[in-house]
Design a protein around this ligand. Structure first.
Ligand code: DUC
Ligand code: ZN
Ligand code: ZN
Length: 455
C-alpha cells in the first residue's frame, strides 16, 4: 500500500466508525479494522476524524469582474483550497457573446492545468445563445465533462444577464443532454430602481447595497426560476440562496418531487445584514447580499431539515484597495468575498459545537456536491473512489486571520473568527498537499475532473 491511515473516526454522510483506510495508486483500496498490510507511509489518526475532502462547487478564480480581476488565481485559490480541506474546486468560466462553450472552457483549462494544486472542474456560464446555435454545443460540452451550465438573472450592464426565455432554453437543453442549470437569482429591475433612488437621495454607504437587494428581490427570482423548473420539469440548482422566502419556495417544490437543489454559503450562515452598517461594510459586499437574522435562521433550519443540499463558497475575493473604490458609492464595490479555505473548517466547527452533525457537514460539503454534479470518483470514503481525504483534529483551536490563510488576498471577512477543531492534513488522490498549517502540494498536480451526465 502507499498510505495507511490508522485508528481514525471515519465519517461518511450517514455514519461514523473507527477504522483504518488503505490507499493504493491514488484510490481507497480497503477500509477495515486493524488492517495489518505494509504501507510506505502510515498516519496515526487516533483521536482524529477522517473525512472525505470537501468539494467547493462555487468559486470564481481569476474572474474579470467589477472593473478588476478576483484576487485569487488558479494557483493561490487551489492552494488555499488544499489548506482548508477542499480537494476539488469548481470554477465558473464565462461564455461571452459570439463565443462557444468548448473554446471558453478549454482556454480556462489551459490556464488552470499548470497551476491547480487540487482537482478541479468547470461549470460553464452561458451569457448568450448566439441566435440559438450555442444549444447545439451542449452535447459536446457533456462529452468534454461539463455537466452543468449557469445563468445569471442579474448583471445586465456587465453583459452577463439572461432573460427568462434564454434561461428556459438553457434549462430545457441541459435536461435533454443530462446536465443541470445553476442559477444566480435576483430581480435586476427592482435592484436598478432601488439604486437609482438611493443615489438620488445621496444614500451611498454599503448598507444601501443590502437595501437595494433585500430579501424580496432575491425571493422573487428564486420563485420565478422554480416556477419555470416546475412548468418545464427541468432540474434546477439555485446557487448561493440566502433568503427565507426562497428557501420556503424550494422546500415546497422539493416536496412536490421536483429536481430542485439548493446551495447556500458560509457567509450567509455566519453574518447578518448588520455587517453592512460597519465601517468596513464594503468588504462584506457580495451578491446576493447577506440577509437579516430571520433569513439566517431559516437557512440553518433548512440545513437541518435537508432543504439545503450544498454549502459552497462563491469565493471571489478582492483586495482592500479595490473594495475601497466603493467607500463613498456602494455601486463601485467589486462584489465578492473570500471563503475557499474557510468552508470546511467552518462547517466542521459548527459540527464540533453540536449545531449540526459531522455527517451533515460531510453530506453538504462533499457527498451531495459529488452526486449532484456527477463526480463519481469523489465525495465519499468508499473503496474504489479517489483517496481525497482530510484528517481533522477536533481539539485544535484556530483563529482565522489573513496571515494564516494561503490565498493572495490582503483581508478577509473571517478575520478573528475562532474555530473549534481544524483540518491537520489533506490528501488529494493519496498525495499529501497540506500538513499542519503548511501547503506541501505541487502546482499542476490537480487534474481536470471529467464529470458524468445525469440520467
Ligand atoms: N456574486 C458575487 O458576490 N461575486 C461574484 C459573482 C456573484 O454573483
Ligand atoms: Zn452569483
Ligand atoms: Zn458566484
Amino acid at each position: 500500500m502507499d498510505l495507511l491511515i490508522k485508528n481514525g473516526t471515519i465519517v461518511t454522510d450517514s455514519e461514523s466508525f473507527i477504522a483504518d483506510i488503505a490507499v493504493k495508486d491514488g484510490k481507497i483500496a480497503c477500509i477495515g479494522k486493524n488492517l495489518t498490510m505494509e504501507a510506505q507511509k502510515v498516519v496515526d489518526a487516533t483521536g482524529k476524524y477522517v473525512l472525505p475532502g470537501a468539494i467547493d462547487v462555487h468559486t470564481h478564480l481569476a474572474m474579470p469582474f467589477g472593473g478588476t480581476v478576483s484576487a485569487d488565481g488558479y494557483l493561490s485559490g487551489t492552494r488555499a483550497a488544499a489548506c482548508g480541506g477542499v480537494t476539488t474546486v469548481f470554477d465558473y468560466p464565462m461564455q461571452r457573446k459570439g463565443k462557444g462553450i468548448l473554446e471558453t472552457v478549454e482556454a480556462r483549462n489551459q490556464m488552470c492545468a499548470p497551476e491547480a494544486c487540487v482537482d478541479y472542474a468547470f461549470h460553464c456560464i452561458i451569457t448568450d445563445l448566439n441566435d440559438g446555435t450555442l444549444l447545439d454545443e451542449f452535447q459536446a460540452a457533456i462529452d468534454y465533462g461539463i455537466t452543468s451550465f449557469k445563468c445569471f438573472l442579474v448583471y445586465k450592464k456587465e453583459g452577463m444577464m439572461v432573460d427568462d426565455g434564454t434561461l428556459v432554453k438553457v434549462m430545457k437543453k441541459a435536461k435533454e443532454v443530462g446536465a443541470i442549470t445553476n442559477l444566480h437569482a435576483e430581480n435586476p429591475d427592482i435592484i436598478d430602481m432601488n439604486i437609482e433612488k438611493f443615489k438620488k437621495e445621496g444614500k451611498t454607504s454599503a448598507w444601501y447595497h443590502y437595501l437595494s437587494r433585500p430579501e424580496f428581490v432575491e425571493a422573487e427570482a428564486d420563485k420565478r426560476a422554480i416556477h419555470w423548473a416546475k412548468a418545464f420539469d427541468t432540474p434546477l440548482y439555485i446557487v448561493h440562496l440566502a433568503c427565507k422566502e426562497g428557501v420556503e419556495a424550494a422546500a415546497a417544490a422539493k416536496k412536490e418531487g421536483y429536481d430542485i437543489f439548493v446551495e447556500t454559503c458560509p457567509q450567509y450562515l455566519e453574518f447578518t445584514s448588520e455587517v453592512y452598517k460597519r465601517e468596513d461594510g464594503r468588504n462584506f459586499v457580495c451578491s446576493p447580499p447577506i440577509k437579516g437574522q430571520e433569513s439566517q435562521d431559516a437557512l440553518w433550519e433548512a440545513i437541518k431539515n435537508g432543504t439545503i443540499d450544498v454549502v459552497a463558497t462563491d469565493h471571489c475575493p478582492f483586495q482592500s484597495y479595490e473594495k475601497d473604490w466603493g467607500k463613498d458609492d456602494f455601486t463601485k464595490i467589486p462584489n465578492g468575498c473570500a471563503g475557499i479555505e474557510n468552508l470546511y473548517p467552518y462547517m466542521l466547527s459548527k459540527a464540533n459545537e453540536g449545531k449540526i452533525t459531522f455527517n451533515t457537514a460531510v453530506k453538504l460539503c462533499a457527498t451531495n456536491p459529488a452526486k449532484i454534479f456527477g463526480c463519481t470518483q469523489k465525495g465519499s470514503l468508499t473503496v474504489g473512489k479517489d483517496a481525497d481525504i482530510v484528517i481533522y483534529d477536533p481539539k485544535k483551536e484556530f483563529t482565522i486571520s489573513v496571515s494564516n490563510m494561503h490565498s493572495d488576498y490582503d483581508h478577509t471577512i473571517w478575520e478573528g473568527k475562532k474555530l473549534n477543531g481544524y483540518p491537520v492534513q489533506t490528501f488529494v488522490r493519496g498525495e499529501l498537499v497540506y500538513d499542519n498549517g503548511n501547503f506541501v502540494g505541487k502546482p499542476g498536480f490537480g487534474k481536470f475532473v471529467k464529470r458524468q451526465p445525469r440520467r
